[in-house]
Design a protein around this ligand. Structure first.
Ligand code: 5CA
Length: 430
């Protein structure tokens, strides 16, 4: 992509409305624009990040055996009356009337709808278990939308739902999702810690939140340093993995247990702040009973399925990752989800030698490169590349170009390498 032809409206000034780094940087790097309170347009570079995250989430859900479907954003009020949540949800629910004065709503979550779908199609014990997910926009009319996409009103969520014949089956689904989550966060390139949590609006008795550590997080968190190793997702045995995740100490301030905390050796106690990027729930028969969804058992009995739901805040992750990975100059994207793996910085646009090398780099890197082909000063190009946070900068000046060399800068470390063109392409991973 040529920068001269792309819509990446970077800002030099710090936007006054943004209180925290990720919000400021998402606006300054031209990733999003606010269209109404808590409602954002994703500009081309922002959408690339969102799509890459969604794809990693999708691949790990598929690997865990979940099936993707797509439910609508608009739901009928009657569906929610069946579970009793239509009244209970209160002002956070955006309620809409159509031209026939039928009551609709913009879905804040999908437990009722997926239960209705299964009720319609699963009749026998042979039709279960089922594990389904979708990646879809949600709307919650938050009292205080803030911090950009971290607490929006419209936001993108991956939500999965499990249906099992008994508690043992439901617990397996819960463990599988926890493992899928740890793998997802590891692939994205961040450390997330599972913590015992309250169940809130969704209900139920077993729940974990997944927190990314960042100083601006809304929750205080306490955890054992064992989580910092980040190798948990390598586990192959599901039960051993779950045992490990749930015995090593980690809790948000709401669930903090001083007695358990004090049993951890002092040098392993870590305190910080966290951003909740996902939450998983086991809530048994809460929705299947309320909505009268039962299957026939092998002995002819009526079985109300045991359910769980599993959410990841896909759009919140974009902001949370930036909170965890930035410096004074800008964003520091993990390789797996950067909008572009590399920026090509032509320091003398119009010079036949630098133009040629840049063209070759651009052709080889394809959509993963952003070619800064503007006739701007080098300082401007460096600053914008740092702001946008590309993992690699390929710097092509007249001196290096004369001998076919490219300078590489690694954004995360500031490390610089001087390489031949083919070697540079190899390092960047073309
Ligand atoms: N139905 C369940 C699980 S599928 C559910 O809705 N869970 S949730 O309420 O915890 O939301 C799941 C995730 O969505 C949260 O962990 C958070 O990362 C994200 N999320 C929730 N509210 C917002 C919001 N207002 N803005 C951005 N992301 C949000």
């Amino acid at each position: 992509m040529r920068l001269s032809q792309s819509l990446i409206p970077t800002l030099k000034e710090t936007p006054a409305e943004a209180q925290i780094a990720s919000h400021r940087l998402m606006l300054r790097a031209g990733l999003v624009r606010q269209m109404a309170s808590g409602i954002y347009a994703w500009l081309p570079a922002g959408l690339k990040v969102l799509t890459k995250i969604a794809n990693i989430v999708r691949e790990e859900q598929d690997a865990a055996g979940a099936q993707e479907l797509l439910m609508p954003t608009i739901q009928s009020a009657d569906l929610w009356r069946e579970s009793g949540r239509y009244e209970a949800y209160g002002k956070e629910m955006l309620r809409i009337a159509d031209r026939h004065e039928r009551e609709l709503l913009f879905g804040p979550t999908n437990e009722e709808m997926i239960t209705a779908i299964l009720r319609d199609s699963a009749k026998s014990y042979r039709d279960l278990p089922q594990l389904l997910y979708h990646i879809q926009w949600k709307f919650r009319d938050e009292l205080r939308p803030r911090f950009g996409v971290l607490r929006g009103r419209e936001f993108l969520m991956k939500d999965a739902y499990s249906f099992d014949l008994d508690y043992a089956g439901a617990l397996i689904a819960y463990k599988k999702m926890m493992l899928a989550y740890m793998r997802t966060f590891q692939r994205i390139g961040i450390t997330a810690i599972p913590m015992r949590a309250d169940t809130g609006q969704i209900g139920g008795d077993l729940s974990h939140e997944f927190h990314i550590l960042a100083p601006t997080g809304e929750s205080g968190v306490f955890y054992d340093a064992a989580f910092e190793a980040g190798d948990a997702a390598g586990a192959t045995d599901l039960d051993a993995f779950y045992e490990q995740m749930t015995t090593i100490y980690a809790a948000t301030d709401e669930k903090h247990d001083i007695a358990a905390w004090e049993k951890i050796p002092e040098d392993r106690r870590r305190e910080g702040r966290g951003i909740e990027v996902g939450q998983i729930f086991y809530f048994g028969k809460k929705y299947s009973e309320a909505m009268n969804f039962a299957v026939t058992g092998a002995d002819g009995s009526k079985i109300f399925p045991e359910m769980g739901s599993y959410g990841i805040g896909v759009s919140r992750l974009v902001g949370a990752i930036i909170e965890a990975r930035h410096d004074d100059a800008g964003i520091i994207w993990p390789d797996a989800i950067a909008p572009f793996r590399a920026a090509i910085l032509n320091l003398r646009q119009g010079d036949s030698a630098t133009d040629h090398i840049c063209d070759v780099l651009h052709e080889n890197l394809g959509a993963e490169a952003l070619y800064d082909d503007r006739t701007e000063r080098a300082g401007v190009k460096f600053a914008e590349a740092d702001l946008m946070g590309h993992p690699w900068q390929l710097i092509v000046g007249p001196r290096g170009a004369a001998s076919g060399m490219v300078e590489l800068k690694r954004r995360a470390t500031g490390e610089r390498l001087e390489l031949s063109l083919p070697d540079a392409l190899k390092v960047v991973g073309a």
